[in-house]
Ligand binder design. Sequence first.
Ligand code: AMP
Ligand code: MG
Length: 417
Amino acid sequence: MISDVTPVLDVLKTIDEAAAPLSSEKVALRDALARFASESIAARSPAPAFSNSAMDGYAVYAADVANASDTAPVRLPLVGESRAGAPCDDALKPGHAIRVFTGAELPEGADAVVAQEDTVTQDGHVQIRFAAPSGHHIRRAGAYFERGAELVSRGGLIHPGVMGLLASQGVTSALVHRRPRVTLFATGDELFEPGAPLPRGGIYESNSLMLSALVTQAGGIARVLRAAGDDRDALVATLSDALRDDVVITTGGVSVGEYDFTKAAFENAGVDIALWKARIKPGKPLVFGTSSSSRGRSLAFGLPGNPVSAYVTFRVFVEPAIKRLLGDPAPFPAPIEFTLAHDHQRRAGRTELVRAHVDPETRRATLYRHQGSGNARSLAEHNALVVLPSETDRFSAGASVLGFLTSPIGVSAPWIP
Ligand code: AMP
Ligand code: MG
């Protein structure tokens, strides 16, 4: 176990080393969206699968129309038709033309297509006024890729474009990494389910709903257990049940107060604690460990109870772990450079993840003035987390800072030139 307060980068490395892609399963291609391929996928057939016409027009021998011009058009008899889904059975003989449509198989023998716009038809003949070089308006079989070409690499994300490509190959299923099963529950004697009347001193339990949504968004399968009270035995019992899953997340009771039992309960439930406390704000009290049993291996996270701290520590530490289990080869959020909209001062000493609103047009980041971890409203409003490095205490307006988006940002009007 790493002692004391662990720098954020070391926390990230410790967690990432404990997380590896889960086993694979075969799923229907339609269910593979946002999953990661556990083996590479090769082309079953060349693309295009057969040479076909790129235009509505006429299939010809290029040599027959080599001297065609406006003043000396070439006149060829029309001897057949090939359209998409209904190829022409006969081969094209020199001195003839076959009517073709976009996507139709190129008749055997033909080596060029003259676009309809460059022709006139009359009495069963086509008059061609432009020379078409060999290969003109033809999509050759295998021009895009050959059979056996790697279409999806191992670890590749199955996104809609990939699904379209695989479907075009007749593929109906894919081997992907299993989705992590994530069990989570809140702890705290003060917690009551939303909807119930609140007694004095009670608050609504909001973490498990927020976290299960984050788990789903990250690609995991969330299971929420009833909140546990601040009672070590109850916690151990709930944990023991939860530890059959790939990831376990608790919130609350992870600090140093007399009623904070999470760390001890983790130990009692057999979790091998890898770290406790991270040099991060918010979210300093944080437990992470692993548990291995005949039922499998679990990553166990004890997040702080404060909703803002739970949110931030999930985003920074848990989300990349879930993505790694899912098979994502690049699970960390992409850093983006933002410009600070105003001066900012704070106490140095911890890496701080600040809720911010980034203007989509200017990319300027406004940091929420109330960064107190009780300010849940900023959870709803922010669209980025800005990372303030541990040792810096003053930031000036216009300074460039790194951060990442937590929700997609759009602009209010079309911008494509
Ligand atoms: P703790 O980490 O248990 O010390 O809790 C820190 C703060 O977060 C306290 O004000 C708790 O009441 C609050 N809190 C803890 N768990 C939750 C939860 N599941 N939903 C909402 N607030 C919580
Ligand atoms: Mg508590």
